[in-house]
Design a protein around this ligand. Sequence first.
Ligand code: MN
Length: 345
Amino acid sequence: FKQINDTLGHRLGDLLLIETARRLVNCVRESDTVARVGGDEFMVVLPEIHGQNHLQTLAMKINDNIGDPFLIEGKDLFVSASIGLTLFPDDGTTAEVLLTNADTAMYRAKSEGKNTYRFFTPDMQQQALDRSRVENRLRRALREGEFLLYYQPVVELSTGKLVKAEALIRWRDPERGLVEPIEFIPVAEDTGLIVPIGSWVLQIAARQAAQWKDMAPEGFRIGINLSAPQFQRGDCAALLSDILEAEGAAPEQLAVEITESVFISDKGEARRQLMEMKSLGVQVAIDDFGTGFSSLSYLKHFSIDTLKIDQIFVSGIPDDEEDVALIEAIISMSRALDLDVIAEG
Ligand code: MN
């Protein structure tokens, strides 16, 4: 829904919500209640059910109905519903608890493939608690300086020359040891902590660039990953420029890496900030290329310097014919557009 709202506008988004509500009402009985609780979240209350089967059948019916294309103002729109189910009194005896648990089950359905439903189970609650524990520990990690950066070298194939190093964050958790980003970045993104963590990365990488200024090979750059929430704040380029100056590093020593998702939300703003970075002398690379929404026009539009082919394609060569074909296509496109290509992994 968010993508439709962002790319086609709120008016179409609103019409889609109205039609969704209609379909939901059509799925239930006269005696049931359908409500929109906010954004694209709906709630259905069934005062009377005939066992768990009844709920299951209804959830499948809703998934089917919402899964059918919506014809709105001549456009076919596709959305899916993630459904969480709670039962009174097993899963809670107050509306508040029932709703919180339904929410938890809904997130589970969402993370397990969308367009599906999940019944609430107590272990889900445990996971939600774990999540908030991770959030608290991430706050502490920032405060106590428990993050560190590793630098992954990027080597030019034709010369064997070291041309770049990508700064990759790790978390040295006093309780668990070294934690990989996959375990904490999603929580950081959900909670907004990615913004202060991202600023920390910028600062440390810029400091490192300043230290390496005289010893690094000519043209060497440090790659830094920037996430969509950092762009949404609107001061990403200004922050980058301030940090570079404070740490005594040059913009020509840096390359930022962004994923295609940056372009989905708020195109104009992201473009403005990227252009600002480019005009400073910072290079821009597209990370995980090939796994996003792949609208190619942005490659020229945003004057991108580098494509990083996602590791899932790279790991398939030379045996997987499809991967080989895809990579060949990406390389020849990059030549035509005068882009550098990095094979991830
Ligand atoms: Mn990256």
